[in-house]
Ligand binder design. Sequence first.
Ligand code: ADP
Length: 325
Amino acid sequence: MDLVSLGELLIDLFPAETGKRLVEVSAFTPKPGGAPANVAVAAARLGASAAFVGKVGADFFGEHLRAVLEREKVDTRGLMVDTDARTTLAFIAQPDHDNEYIFYRNPGADQLLRPDELNRALLSSARALHVGSISLTDEPARSATFEAVRIVRERNALVSFDVNYRPALWRSPRSALTQINALLPQADLLKVNEEELELLTNLTDIEKGSALVLARGPKLIVVTLGARGSYYRTTAKSGYIPGFKVTAVDSTGCGDSFTGALLFQLIGHGMNNLDSRIEQALEFANAAGAITATRRGAIPALPTAREVADFLREALPGIGLESDE
Ligand code: ADP
């Protein structure tokens, strides 16, 4: 298996009307969500073999989410079903009401994945494991996440970690930092955005901040910068990879598209010869993220390998590769 992605798989409820507080919205549209699930689909669309490990409730939302993954050719042998808790729901707040973002998860099935439920054969077969911090908020999913990382590291496979910090899901920023800092030294690839890098380092300077985090263990730090592209640092080198100019309509799923594409590029060679390949891999990931920005939703917006190749062919000689910094 090229990639096993572990964590939350849930239903995102998008307000049907814009510019309103959640209590004023009269209708919501349900869509499959959960960052690690999106990453699995992103890699599968590009041609990787991908599996998802997590937990849904014994309800029609859970059945729907399994069907979505299967339709996308993501292996669901590691997707467990909880008979007590419901499939987690997330209400997506409007841009001007960010603080209203709310998870229905008291607990939700995604938090209840237990270490003894992990499909060890599947994890042992993985060339890469991707996790985020949402599966670290509560037990037993936290222990299951750390156990999966342990199994994969034992085989020297690649561990990828997207900090994906959601303050509302944690008791305090301090408890988030404790868990994130515990996982960080076990990750080969760390993906953050600028706010998350500041959370981890208390530094707003990307170059200094990434150096500080690199010293804690990961071999590669990647900072996503929205339309500006991305920044990376390895022990040998660092640099900005400019974003592509596109007409963006919705940033949902861009980070997951980017991460799935980067993993797809890295998986072939693990972390060997990283320095000779990293810039090309990030250009490919920037392209996947940019394409996703031009489409609505997360999973429906993830590109195929053909779409990224066509995009890169057209973007390179034209106005692409331009930073708006
Ligand atoms: P996140 O904050 O979830 O990590 P970003 O919004 O930074 O995600 O997007 C991830 C990547 O997708 C960026 O690094 C960039 O390569 C690409 N991307 C996102 N938004 C745009 C955009 N408006 N134009 C071009 N590329 C974009």
